[in-house]
Ligand binder design. Structure first.
Ligand SMILES: [Zn+2]
Ligand SMILES: [Zn+2]
Length: 154
């Protein structure tokens, strides 16, 4: 499986990550970072909201958006574009660890493809500056692909 193991073993604690950026350590930020570190795949806004609910952390959509925006601005987390304009979030593990993602068009899951590097910087026209490059492959994940194959075999 291309899923990465939870980054928690090598990652700094949520509080350390926040403090290193000079940020305020809030329950929401800590809970979001910990959820992302525990998860083997990038999480959507709704999934993170459910985690906060489960941990009994009062929040609303705006609080969560602000926390995520801050984490992305600080380079602690990164956004991955899924389908239907739904962003997924994962902990960023440095510029030397870029990998592609797979978006399942059927179940909407985004999976990390640790072994597939994103394309190296392309040759850009004069005056263009690259800030970030991402590679998202779209299709059916193993579960959905198998389900479809089973269905058509009948
Ligand atoms: Zn799927
Ligand atoms: Zn990833």
């Amino acid at each position: 499986m291309p899923l990465h193991a939870p980054a928690a073993t090598t990652a700094a604690s949520a509080r350390e990550l926040i403090a290193a950026q000079g940020g305020r350590v809030t329950r929401t930020r800590v809970a979001v970072i910990e959820a992302l570190q525990r998860s083997a795949h990038p999480l959507s806004h709704d999934e993170l909201g459910a985690v906060l609910d489960g941990a009994d952390i009062a929040h609303d959509r705006v609080t969560l958006y602000r926390a995520l925006d801050w984490l992305v601005e600080q380079g602690i987390a990164q956004r991955i574009a899924g389908g239907e304009r739904a962003w997924r979030f994962e902990i960023r593990r440095g510029d030397d660890h870029r990998h592609a993602h797979f978006h399942c068009e059927r179940c909407g899951q985004i999976v990390c493809l640790e072994d597939v590097p994103t394309a190296s910087a392309p040759h850009l026209p004069a005056g263009f500056e690259l800030e970030r490059a991402e590679l998202v492959l779209h299709g059916a994940c193993a579960d959905c692909g198998r389900a479809a194959a089973k269905g058509s075999a009948r």
